[in-house]
Design a binder for this molecule. Structure first.
Ligand SMILES: [Zn+2]
Length: 405
């Protein structure tokens, strides 16, 4: 049962007078009486303002920005509806059930513009508010650019997660040359249910998400499989790093490269994935590199095969052509290159060429060995849970771009 208790944390940001433009005459001065926010995570952020003037206040606007990586700085402006008066009390709620949510710990900066009948105007000083998941009492552990937040269990869980994060970053740099450029925040939820409670429209199988433009990762621990955290951290951290390294306004990475790198950095492919590869080879039903460049199927088995193939494609490129070429490929994608052009520039073959070479590689690797019997639960379920949030991002067109991936 997801805890639905709503805890309103009233953040008293500022009260009384905030700012007086020098042009305002004393008799018409605009006084800010109250300027507060309260968080109702993850559904909304409430803004409250009271103000006073000698003449009617006729116009109130709220402005806010969200701290995340984007191609252009966007300031949102909200026109507040109210009845003009000398004393006003207004409120506005950013309803994230309508706009899509924010990850925990996101900084929102806001300010108000208030105008009266005499055209006097007051602009409040910008205030930063952290949109925290205040349903829990968080502790944190920071080492260099990584901060881990947790609220459940011993500090050792956070310490082990920190070690796993560092190992994942080291391995990624070794394989691809890509390194974390900005601070990363990792939120550990005690279980999948708690994690789902942090999302606006949770799915039963959501187990973790990388909010790449925020540098934030949320993970739901699986108490029965403590080792799964290492794979989940490696996977999601890889998404953060790769998103930073290839950030550009022109083109997204082919899905096979993005997911393949994340899967490859987890470690050896798990049995349920290799079995799907063997099955696809036996049935001559490998998905083409061209198809794998688009979002994966919404069907679980087909999607899992796509993840398995992607991991194997990246393994093929790294093992045969090395770290330097992979780093070049990422840098060319950072320039917004098309998929074929990038491959040709670095490797001398296009998507179809890669398809042919890789098919030979994977068929040789997997054809001889039989399908093991360890195909089904519980490890299968665990992986479906972990990967499915990514599928969600591929199929949910309504989700804002920053919500997932
Ligand atoms: Zn992924």
């Amino acid at each position: 049962m997801i805890r639905k208790t709503i805890i309103l944390t009233l953040t008293i940001c500022l009260s009384l007078v905030l700012f007086f433009p020098s042009s305002i005459q004393a008799q018409n001065a605009l006084n800010i009486i109250r300027n507060t926010t309260s968080t109702e995570f993850p559904d909304g952020l409430h803004f409250n303002l009271s103000a006073q003037s000698r003449v009617n206040i006729t116009d109130v606007r709220l402005h806010y920005t969200v701290d995340h990586t984007s191609f252009a700085e966007v300031t949102s402006e909200v026109f507040i509806e109210f009845i003009p008066d000398t004393t006003i009390k207004v409120e506005w709620t950013w309803d994230m059930r309508k706009t899509g949510g924010l990850p925990p710990g996101t900084t929102v900066e806001y300010w108000w513009t208030i105008t009266n009948d005499q055209s006097d105007r007051a602009i409040t000083a910008p205030i930063k508010v952290s949109f925290d998941d205040n349903r829990y009492t968080w502790q944190n552990l920071t080492e260099d650019e990584i901060t881990i937040y947790w609220y459940h269990g011993e500090k050792s869980v956070a310490e082990e997660t920190m070690v796993a994060a560092r190992q994942a970053l080291t391995q990624l740099a070794k394989d691809t040359g890509a390194e974390l450029k900005k601070a990363a925040k990792i939120y550990l939820y005690a279980n999948t249910q708690d994690l789902q409670g942090a999302m606006i429209y949770p799915r039963e199988w959501t187990g973790g998400t990388a909010f790449t433009s925020f540098g934030t990762i949320t993970i739901g621990l699986v108490p029965s499989r403590p080792d799964s955290i290492k794979r989940a951290i490696a996977h999601e951290l890889t998404h953060l790093v790769i998103a930073q390294v290839t950030f550009n306004p022109y083109n997204e990475l082919p899905t096979w490269l993005n997911e393949g790198l994340a899967m490859y950095n987890e470690g050896p492919l798990e049995a349920e994935f290799t079995n799907l590869l063997k099955k696809a080879i036996a049935k001559n039903s490998l998905i083409s590199v061209r198809s794998l460049s688009s979002p994966f199927s919404a069907y679980a088995e087909s999607a899992m095969q796509a993840y398995a193939q992607s991991q194997n494609l990246v393994e093929f490129l790294i093992k045969n052509y090395g770290q330097t070429k992979m780093f070049q490929l990422l840098n060319i994608f950072h320039e917004g290159s098309s998929y074929n052009d990038a491959l040709i520039k670095v490797y001398g073959f296009d998507m179809d060429g890669l398809d042919t070479l890789w098919s030979d590689y994977t068929i040789k690797k997997f054809r001889e060995t039989g399908v093991t019997t360890a195909m089904i639960l519980p490890s299968m379920a665990r992986n479906i849970i972990r990967q499915a949030s990514e599928l969600l991002s591929n199929v949910l067109s309504a989700a804002p771009s920053w919500v997932l991936r």
